[in-house]
Design a protein around this ligand. Structure first.
Ligand SMILES: [Zn+2]
Length: 290
């Protein structure tokens, strides 16, 4: 912990955090010293970016290669009507700058690829996957497993959402020696343990094809932001080894437990994937035969 001190304005801004024993000034400092990479500034990324910025995450990286379209505005609430046609990363960065001057925003107007994933991810504490495609999900998973980077996963489909957290902590403790370990003893399943294979390209329709309830990604993205804040605080029970499934029509939440797969190609006992170069992410996410 550095000697970063909360100034009077910060004590005011974060007072509802600071007064709680579970956070306090120390916890708020952790958030201000924290860095999060949000991949996707769309439906899930919008509420995540808003709440992470409001919480005072000190450094927020935002990756997206899209421009704002009018049909996004029904759910991608970090963007406004005047932003149509602008890069999403710019519009999101403007929002954060208006909300909280404590947050340094880094924008990356690019698509995440095997070639740039290390440069984008590696100097951040946590990654929040707010992407909308399997290539990005598997790529982020594999890189985060290989580098031990915690990853929050969220996905939505029509009226349903799912959220889980991969701490990618393969030791029995979180390593900072403060006794607040939130993970299970040495077990940290990954996205491939949960979903071993990506569906064939084109078989899973996207929001543009099937529609999505506009408020749904708000709920899911907020839960992801909650997990990231808890991780940085080192407090609470994460959705590690638990998949939270939300059905907006039934208004039901269900949690399903899952375990690490010893045969997992990236985090198992004999991993086939030793580098993100081993996988054809843009195709079927298959591991190449060599
Ligand atoms: Zn795995």
């Amino acid at each position: 912990m550095s000697d970063l001190r909360l100034d009077a304005t910060q004590l005011d801004r974060y007072s509802r955090h600071v007064i709680m024993d579970e956070i306090g000034p120390e916890g708020q400092k952790r958030l201000l010293e924290g860095s999060v990479l949000v991949v996707g500034a769309g439906g899930l990324g919008s509420p995540a970016i808003q709440y992470l910025a409001a919480a005072g995450i000190g450094r927020l990286g935002i990756v997206d290669d899209d421009a704002v379209e009018r049909s996004n505005l029904q759910r991608q609430i970090v963007h406004g009507d005047a932003d149509v046609g602008r890069p999403k990363v710019e519009s999101a960065a403007d929002y954060v700058a208006t909300l909280n001057p404590d947050v340094d925003v880094e924008t990356y107007e690019t698509r995440l690829t095997a070639a740039n994933v290390a440069d984008l991810v590696d100097d951040h504490d946590v990654v929040l996957d707010a992407s909308d495609n399997f290539a990005t999900r598997y790529l982020l998973n594999d890189h985060c497993v290989l580098t031990g980077t915690p990853l929050s996963h969220g996905a939505i489909y029509r009226f349903e959402g799912q959220i889980t957290t991969f701490t990618n902590d393969r030791s029995s403790a979180d390593g900072d020696g403060d006794g607040d370990d939130t993970s299970g003893a040495g077990e940290s399943p990954c996205y491939r343990c949960l979903f071993p294979e990506a569906p064939e390209p084109g078989t899973v329709p996207d929001c543009a094809t099937t529609g999505v309830l506009g408020v749904l990604p708000g709920t899911v993205g907020c839960i992801q932001a909650t997990e990231v804040v808890k991780y940085l605080l080192g407090n609470g029970e994460l959705l590690e080894g638990r998949l939270l499934m939300y059905d907006a029509m039934d208004m039901s939440f269900e949690t399903v437990e899952y375990r690490a797969n010893p045969a997992c190609p990236v985090c198992g006992d004999e991993p086939e994937i030793e580098s993100v170069e081993d996988v054809a992410y843009e195709g079927t996410c298959e591991i190449s035969a060599d």
